[in-house]
Write a protein that binds this ligand. Structure first.
Ligand SMILES: [Mg+2]
Length: 226
């Protein structure tokens, strides 16, 4: 790398860091946070409501979120495939796909255990409509306390550290990074704020990028399926 490339990279990193600090403003933090992806981690989104359109060789097909996450063309970054995420830009579909989705109990139990240990909670999703999602998850998500009672997350839910990286404000900061790389940037930021970060996600691509960050205080958990 020559001097100019190095300078550009350092400058770019610095600019991103300061923008990220502006994006995530939040209250007091505890020592740990559990950060969960939404689709096929917290919830199986209602397939009648939301999905992804894939166009390859002039043919368009509709994929569920799980089919999308494990699609070979996505994993290989095939440049000849077009992805259409328009369902996710629709606030009504975004909300209802969560509220009418199926909770994934195996992952919610893991999150409960961390919350009982005093961890905060945030979501990290490739979706858009961050505010709509915050509202939907506030209704949808509850945790089981040590007595087994279901409770609302209230101040355990760190909305200020939660991110729907498909929103324009993230695109402006992270530019043309792919979703897995953007998630990596958010995780780096959270690992700086918290002693311990637990990241749960079902996407092989997101898990791979998170592992490659090599952050010592980041634990990565592959989401269970229903
Ligand atoms: Mg997912």
């Amino acid at each position: 790398m020559d001097k100019e490339q190095l300078f550009n990279q350092v400058m770019w990193t610095h600019i991103v860091e300061s923008f990220v600090n502006d994006l995530f403003k939040d209250e007091q933090t505890s020592k740990g946070i559990v950060v969960a992806d939404i689709d096929n981690t917290l919830v199986e989104p209602c397939p009648e409501i939301i999905g992804i359109y894939k166009t390859k060789n002039g043919k368009t097909e509709w994929l569920t979120c799980h089919e999308y996450d494990t699609d070979p063309d996505l994993l290989d970054d095939n440049p000849d495939v077009q992805w259409d995420y328009s369902d996710f830009y629709d606030p009504e579909k975004a909300r209802e796909s969560i509220l009418q989705g199926i909770p994934i109990l195996g992952n919610l139990e893991i999150i409960d255990q961390y919350i009982q240990m005093g961890y905060d909670f945030a979501f990290l999703t490739a979706r858009s409509n961050e505010d709509v999602i915050k509202e939907a998850l506030e209704k949808f998500l509850k945790y089981r306390d040590e007595t087994g009672e279901l409770k609302h997350l209230k101040n355990i839910f760190k909305k200020g550290f939660s991110a729907a990286i498909g929103d324009d404000k993230y695109i402006q900061v992270f530019g043309d990074l792919n979703a897995a790389q953007k998630k990596g940037k958010v995780l780096e930021y959270l690992c700086d704020k918290y002693d311990r970060v637990i990241f749960i996600d079902d996407s092989p691509k997101n898990l791979k990028v998170a592992k490659e960050l090599g952050l010592l205080n980041l634990e990565i958990i592959e989401a269970k399926r229903n």
